[in-house]
Design a protein around this ligand. Structure first.
Ligand SMILES: Nc1ncnc2c1ncn2[C@@H]1O[C@H](COP(=O)(O)OP(=O)(O)OP(=O)(O)O)[C@@H](O)[C@H]1O
Length: 499
């Protein structure tokens, strides 16, 4: 996510004689640090807390790391600061301090362009060499006043006041999800329907928005609502273990009317999953409404136990699909209109709106980013937004839509590990069924995910002929139409490769 900025920062750092000794080296050291953390802390802890820790840059002896949430930042700082630093120090003498910042949800565009000599992100104060807390502390959670009490001891997160049903625009891609959310939120006499309601969609398509909208609505009806992200769920669970409360986490959640869990795909760790399963069962059995969002359908939550997956799938599962152009146009127009109350001179003509709606097809978050850029441009230059200025303002958002390039080697490695064979088996002449199928799948994925020609793919698969590749591609295409399990499996592999 920060790759383009890494390039800039590292290049600039070495040009100006700073300690980072080039992009490759810093990235290599970071990869080694992560490997060591994984080995020392074990897979479960590593996946729960460090899986999404990324290196941003190394500048003047400080390694700037980022995580997606404030919660992860404070958790790692209060529990693992010394460990991260000492592992880093053992890998390189260049790093004397470590700083953890929060990646903006808007991704790149919210990241200020920074020269290496400037201070990094505002909330990324470097950790000193000797960190204060040797005893782990619970992260502090700054919640608005009205959220405390109900939420704080359960680790609930605040609801964003902007994400309501009123500000949610309904279109073809989200009509069903909206209708289901609306029914759950307005169920008569506190009835529980569709339990759980499970919404899934790709990034930035409005899941969180709908979850918050349900939460606001039910709170307004005087119902007790807890909104948790997967991180917060894990926190609540770990905190209750640490406090050695006789009441399990699920028992403490029993008193609520609605439990909302966002980004459930991030729930990791065996014990935590178990607790998640118990919590679901206990609440559903006690007639409490549960609403869940994830980036994939329950069947694809490969980290979760089969029983939990089927419980998740047992209510109503609704997908929000990509926002169509009409919906994108309405979202843009509504946002721009909303901003006019604060910035009355902010004018964006219909031709520009339609250009942005056609150019930014990925998700609502990028649309929001585009509007922010148009606004920044208008307020900074004081000039009207023309098609030309809009094009410049949103250029990198448009470019960032390009899908990630997938390498044939990565496909072979992933498929091999998925099917428990080695990569050399896949490249070999062996014709046993255990090897032939994975090989064909890997060839098929190489065809659909890369721009390589059939002869080139053949060469990369141990020097095979292009007709062999074609045969494999056709065979898998046919099988995908007939075999749902295989089709799910291949979809998952595709997703993993493109992530
Ligand atoms: N139908 C919509 N109407 C208004 N705003 C929308 C709509 N869909 C998405 N958005 C806006 O797009 C942005 C991203 O949406 P949201 O955070 O709900 O996405 P998400 O599906 O939860 O993404 P992620 O999986 O990354 O958490 C938000 O600012 C949201 O308000």
């Amino acid at each position: 996510m920060y790759r383009s900025e890494d390039h800039r920062t590292f290049a600039a750092a070495s040009e100006s004689g700073m300690e980072a000794s080039g992009e490759q080296t810093a990235a290599d050291v970071w990869a080694r640090v992560k490997r060591r953390l994984r080995a020392e802390l074990g897979e479960d802890i590593f996946a729960s807390w460090f899986g999404r820790l990324e290196l941003d840059s190394v500048v003047e002896g400080c390694a700037y790391l980022t995580v997606p949430t404030r919660f992860l930042k404070s958790w790692i700082e209060s529990h693992y600061a010394d460990r991260v630093l000492s592992v880093y120090r053992s890998e390189t003498p260049d790093v004397e301090r470590v700083s953890i910042g929060v990646r903006s949800t808007l991704g790149r565009e919210a990241t200020p362009q920074r020269r290496p000599s400037e201070a990094p992100r505002p909330n990324a104060a470097p950790m000193p060499m000797a960190t204060q807390a040797s005893e782990p502390k619970m992260p502090s959670m700054a919640l608005p006043q009205e959220e405390r009490g109900e939420n704080s001891d359960l680790g609930g997160a605040p609801l964003d006041p902007r994400l309501t049903f009123e500000s949610f625009i309904v279109g073809r891609s989200n009509a069903l999800a909206h209708a289901a959310a609306d029914r759950v939120a307005h169920a008569p006499n506190g009835q529980v329907i569709y339990n759980p309601l499970y919404l899934h969609a790709g990034v930035g398509l409005g899941k969180t928005h709908l979850l918050h909208a349900i939460g606001h609505e039910m709170r307004a009806q005087g119902r007790r609502v807890i909104y948790l992200t997967a991180d917060r769920f894990m926190y609540g669970f770990v905190a209750s273990l640490k406090a050695q409360t006789s009441l399990a986490f699920k028992e403490r959640l029993r008193g609520i009317d609605l439990l909302i869990i966002d980004d459930v795909q991030f729930i990791q760790g065996k014990q935590i999953q178990q607790e998640f399963g118990h919590t679901l069962n206990a609440l559903i059995d006690a007639g409490r409404q549960i609403v869940i969002a994830a980036d994939r359908p329950p069947a694809d939550l490969e980290n979760l136990d089969e029983r939990v997956r089927s419980r998740l799938a047992g209510g109503l599962v609704v997908e929000v699909t990509a926002l169509d152009e009409a919906l994108r146009t309405s979202i843009l127009s509504t946002r721009i209109e909303g901003l006019k109350t604060i910035h009355p001179t902010f004018e964006v003509g219909p031709n520009v709106i339609s250009y942005v709606a056609r150019s930014i097809t990925a998700n609502g978050r990028d649309l929001e980013g585009a509007v922010n850029r148009l606004l920044a441009h208008a307020t900074l230059t004081g000039s009207a937004i023309t098609l030309e200025t809009a094009e410049t303002a949103i250029r990198d958002l448009v470019r960032n839509r390009e899908p990630k390039r997938v390498k044939i080697e990565d496909i072979q490695k992933l498929v091999a590990s998925r099917y428990n064979v080695s990569r050399s088996d896949i490249l070999s002449e062996r014709r046993t069924a255990a090897v032939v199928r994975p090989r064909q799948i890997a060839m098929y994925l190489s065809k659909v995910l890369t721009l390589r020609s059939l002869p080139e793919i053949g060469r990369r698969f141990g020097g095979r002929d292009h007709t062999t590749v074609l045969h494999a591609v056709r065979k898998i295409e046919k099988a995908l139409g007939e075999d749902h399990a295989l089709s799910d499996e291949v979809e998952l592999l595709k997703r993993m490769l493109q992530e």
